[in-house]
Design a protein around this ligand. Structure first.
Ligand SMILES: Cc1cc2nc3c(=O)[nH]c(=O)nc-3n(C[C@H](O)[C@H](O)[C@H](O)COP(=O)(O)OP(=O)(O)OC[C@H]3O[C@@H](n4cnc5c(N)ncnc54)[C@H](O)[C@@H]3O)c2cc1C
Length: 278
């Protein structure tokens, strides 16, 4: 059990998956798999992998009960290329390790992100941090694209001029726009990747980072399909209730479609909700 290999994950290693107009994500490497999570969890008993069903149930139990450390035994390394404004959101996830291209060392190229017309929307009326769902009318969208493009070309021209005047690269770069592409190697363990995905797959996350999260989630599914299944069930597609919501729920018939165990777990949660109501 020294090294876990997963055929489906090996098949996508080093392949570039395009994101946005000029970005990409590659899965550079992975360490561990569903099996490693199970081995790590069972280390105290000296037991290894059991049947597929038992292993899946153990992973589900660990995730459901926030026994997170076995998930930290799986590590994924990505190579990603994204606009700087996406990188600024991404880098807030402090539990990853990264190495980014240096604008002090290298002359940056002039690749900048230009949104498609379908992604150019008005400011949302009810969400100060978001945009409306439907795009602006095509003429308006085209005008927006032209303004973005011309502003970026102007910035890139200024960058070239500054370099032409022998300005240090670390100074010249300050005129470059936020939609310029940057790239990095980004390494994170599965527990913290789930946290990143939970926040960045969400509909409230900006679309331009969400599309990266979607591709990376597909990659994680190749490495750890069972852990991802549990993540989807309990975190990504699950939700949290406030005390008042739980109390309100406890009066409703909510067990449709649940297995016996699932229904008992829900009943236990609702029972606590009932106590809150009393
Ligand atoms: C939709 C959305 C909108 C956002 N808007 C804004 C915004 O307007 N302005 C803004 O500044 N940010 C914003 N953020 C970023 C957000 O506040 C978080 O910084 C980001 O999502 C990273 O979350 P995190 O700290 O939980 O993740 P990580 O840094 O990956 O940390 C994971 C967990 O590790 C623990 N942890 C990590 N480092 C520390 C530490 N030093 N001390 C204690 N515990 C630690 C915490 O439990 C944390 O939850 C937004 C994020 C989202 C998803």
């Amino acid at each position: 059990m020294a090294h876990c290999t997963v055929e489906e994950a090996d098949a996508i290693l080093d392949k570039e998956f395009q994101v946005l107009d000029k970005g990409f994500v590659r899965l550079v490497d992975y360490m561990g798999s569903d099996e490693r999570i199970v081995q790590a969890a069972r280390v105290s008993y000296g037991e290894g992998t059991k049947s597929f069903r038992e292993d899946a149930a153990l992973i589900d139990y660990l995730l459901r009960n926030e026994h997170t450390s076995p998930f930290e035994q799986v590590v994924l390394t990505f190579h990603a290329r994204m606009p700087i404004f996406v990188a600024r959101q991404w880098v807030r996830h402090r539990t990853a390790r990264l190495n980014e291209i240096s604008g002090r060392y290298s002359v940056l190229n002039d690749d900048f992100y230009l949104p498609e017309l379908e992604d150019i929307c008005a400011q949302s009326a009810d969400n100060k941090q978001g945009r409306e769902e439907s795009p602006l009318p095509p003429d308006q969208g085209k005008a927006v694209r032209t303004i973005i493009k011309e502003a970026c070309e102007e910035s890139c021209k200024a960058y070239e001029q500054l370099l032409g005047l022998d300005t240090a690269r670390e100074l010249a770069r300050m005129v470059l726009p936020l939609n310029l592409y940057t790239e990095w190697y980004w390494q994170i363990d599965l527990h913290n990747l789930f946290h990143f995905l939970h926040l960045r797959l969400d509909a409230h996350a900006q679309r331009e980072i969400r599309v990266y999260a979607e591709i990376m989630y597909d990659m994680a599914k190749k490495v750890c399909p069972r852990a991802c299944q549990s993540f989807e069930k309990h975190i990504f597609k699950g939700t949290r209730f406030s005390a008042a919501e739980r109390a309100a729920l406890s009066g409703m018939e909510t067990k449709h479609g649940l297995s016996g165990k699932e229904a008992r777990r829900l009943e236990a949660k609702l029972e606590e909700g009932r106590k809150l109501r009393e």
